[in-house]
Design a protein around this ligand. Structure first.
Ligand SMILES: O=C(CO)[C@@H](O)[C@H](O)CO
Length: 188
């Protein structure tokens, strides 16, 4: 991924965060990824790790319409994915996508709902979904821009992301075509 694309994504996310009243700490831990696929606009995510503790983690994320965070699950992490501004869709599977279309009980905005494995759940600002370990998920904004929160148990992006697409690498290789605006989590 080009450093210029990363810089531009950070500028755009910052503008949208600010215009929606989200103030970041001076030492914000930025993480921008195209998941190693080289097509950031279609498959990418901007993340800021707000708190990363042994017991819990909080992130703020930004994506544009139809920019997908690809299908993955976590073996350890339980997370709430929360729409802060805008709206998004999230596809949820009980196990490996396509294999199981059973009904599953998923907590949506604090209340269990029965959905079919593989269903796409639409969430608008203020709404959240609780993803337990093993639930595969893929999400994308349905509005031009979207701020997405994540509150979870311990986060380990190096060892606890299991993507369906074997070509995916969680952190992108960076092509240094201009000076970094900020250093990313993956830079150190
Ligand atoms: O868990 C999520 C989204 O479900 C993010 O925190 C990961 O960083 C994506 O790889």
């Amino acid at each position: 991924m080009k450093r210029s694309t990363i810089n531009q994504a950070i500028k755009r996310a910052t503008t949208f965060f600010e215009s929606n009243g989200w103030v970041l700490p001076h030492n914000a831990q930025w993480d921008v990824t195209d998941f190693g696929l080289g097509d950031f606009q279609d498959c990418g995510l901007v993340l800021v790790n707000l708190a990363e503790e042994e017991e819990y983690c909080e992130k703020l994320m930004y994506a544009q319409q139809n920019q997908v965070t690809p299908m993955h699950c976590h073996a350890q992490k339980k997370e709430d994915i929360i729409v802060r501004t805008g709206a998004m869709a999230i596809e949820i599977w009980k196990g490996v996508p396509g294999k199981n279309t059973d009904e599953i009980d998923v907590k949506i905005t604090g209340e269990y709902q029965k959905i079919k494995s593989g269903d796409i759940v639409e969430l608008k600002a203020g709404e959240r979904v609780t993803l337990t370990p093993g639930l595969y998920h893929k999400f994308w904004p349905t509005t031009s821009e979207c701020i997405i929160g994540e509150v979870s148990t311990a986060n380990d992006d190096v060892n606890d992301n299991f993507f369906i697409n074997a070509d995916i690498g969680r952190y992108s290789e960076i092509e240094e075509d201009e000076q970094p605006l900020v250093s990313l989590l993956s830079d150190h």
